[in-house]
Design a protein around this ligand. Structure first.
Ligand SMILES: [Zn+2]
Length: 214
């Protein structure tokens, strides 16, 4: 598919989406995962394991913009007008990219605003849940790839994630487990393919482009 960006997993919940003329970084967990050239960094919420690479990215890319909830943009207020605050149900357009945000409940911390994101590029869609423990109404449109947390605690564990996947309607997106902490992503994908007919589940390799989906 022409519109398909290259998607590289960066560890924890970090992903880099690239086309020839635009790069979007999502949830850079540490300095290393922020150390890329790019145009936009999006953080699903303000916790350190999702924003640890923001400063490196913003310093490296003086034109780049940081997108996130008010908690994220408040945390990085030093970047002033290089930040854009997004809200539940809001959208953001840049180049050919269309971004949509959907609040999904985060575990434990009441004040946390976890905004899942649906990235659409022409015919292609990528959705990322952040640290969601509930997934109601997500993704907001059919997508090709869906990144789901399985680590438990602040985010969904394998059981909740599997339950969510079982409720998705056809055509099913390719499932990509993330934020697995001490869980086993291979075991999770095995369970997904055993439980959900037609499901494609890919364990991403850190630092490598995702393969095996369309
Ligand atoms: Zn997290």
């Amino acid at each position: 598919m022409n519109d398909q960006p290259r998607i590289t997993f960066l560890g924890q919940s970090g992903f880099l989406l690239e086309t020839s003329d635009f790069t979007l970084l999502i949830d850079p967990t540490n300095k290393k995962s922020g150390d890329y050239s790019g145009d936009l960094v999006y953080c699903t919420h303000e916790h350190m394991d999702h924003v640890g690479g923001v400063e490196v990215f913003m310093e490296r890319n003086p034109q780049a913009i940081l997108l996130g909830s008010e908690n994220v943009t408040k945390k990085f207020s030093i970047y002033g007008d290089r930040t854009v605050t997004c809200e539940d149900g809001g959208t953001f357009e840049k180049s050919q990219w269309h971004l949509e945000f959907k609040r999904l409940r985060h575990g434990f911390f009441k004040g946390v605003i976890n905004l899942g994101i649906v990235v659409t590029l022409g015919e292609f869609g990528f959705a990322h849940c952040g640290d969601a423990v509930s997934f109601d109404g997500f993704p907001t449109s059919p997508v090709n790839v869906l990144a789901v947390p399985i680590g438990g605690g602040f985010a969904a564990g394998p059981g909740k994630a599997l339950n969510f996947i079982q409720q998705l309607s056809e055509p099913l997106p390719t499932i990509v487990p993330m934020h697995w902490v001490f869980r086993n992503p291979r075991g999770f994908c095995k369970k997904v393919t055993e439980t959900v007919p037609n499901a494609n589940c890919i364990v991403p390799t850190k630092g490598e482009p995702l393969k095996g989906f369309d």
